[in-house]
Write a protein that binds this ligand. Structure first.
Ligand code: NI
Length: 224
């Protein structure tokens, strides 16, 4: 399941993030790529050691955590703090798969889900689509600023070359309580259905029955 979530960041938060990134130092993006992805990664990333970058990173992390759609789709157990990436004309990120395990020791986590939160206005740069390689063919994503795409980290994906302007994005990964993407999708469908029933009809018998199923499936599938 690939899900696009709109308005994760407010216009004010977006302005703060973009303003901070304008004066932040950026480093070669290959510093954080696996050995094979390094060969095709051509971008830069904000230096996470800077205090100002840490502040906006916390703000973005909190906004993502506050999204009920993200919670329902990802069922996060651990979420890696976002990285801020920048693509200028001529930069791209060739086809790759993300590392399955990131971090070391107590910080180590399995990457079940990846996400990209777009920070630049879509019409302010040319190219820069996130392209996922699925069995149904390639899917292209270039979302409005403040929106994000959430996709299985198991997919091959790439970022198309930027030919004009600047593409800023926050990227991150999470380990899910529910490892299997098909099981996550069943839970997401049931959860969104019961919320729709609740908002339209209240706490009906159908709502209670689906709620019971969501809870009992989670008991079967969740790793906590
Ligand atoms: Ni990637």
């Amino acid at each position: 399941m690939i899900l696009c979530i709109g308005d994760v960041l407010s216009a004010q938060a977006l302005a703060r993030v973009r303003e901070t990134l304008q004066t932040s130092a950026f480093r070669d993006g290959r510093d954080t790529a696996g050995w094979h992805a390094r060969t095709v990664k051509r971008n830069t990333q904000a230096d996470g050691r800077e205090r100002a970058v840490q502040t906006i990173r916390d703000e973005v992390d909190q906004a993502i955590a506050a999204s009920s759609l993200f919670q329902m789709a990802a069922r996060p157990k651990r979420v890696k703090p976002v990285l801020f990436s920048r693509y200028e004309p001529g930069m791209d990120y060739g086809s790759h798969v993300d590392d399955a395990v990131m971090g070391q020791g107590a910080e180590a986590m399995r990457t079940d889900i990846a996400f990209t939160l777009f920070l630049s206005e879509a019409d302010s740069y040319a190219g820069g689509e996130l392209i996922t390689d699925t069995t149904a063919g390639e899917q292209h994503y270039k979302l409005p600023a403040g929106s994000m795409v959430v996709y299985p980290a198991s997919t091959l994906h790439r970022v198309a070359p930027v030919s004009h302007g600047e593409r800023l994005a926050a990227v991150g990964w999470c380990q899910s309580q529910v490892r299997d993407p098909a099981q996550r999708e069943v839970l997401f469908d049931l959860d969104t259905s019961r919320r729709r029933i609740f908002s339209e009809q209240g706490k009906t018998e159908d709502f209670d029955a689906i709620s019971k199923s969501v809870a009992n499936l989670l008991r079967m599938w969740a790793e906590v």
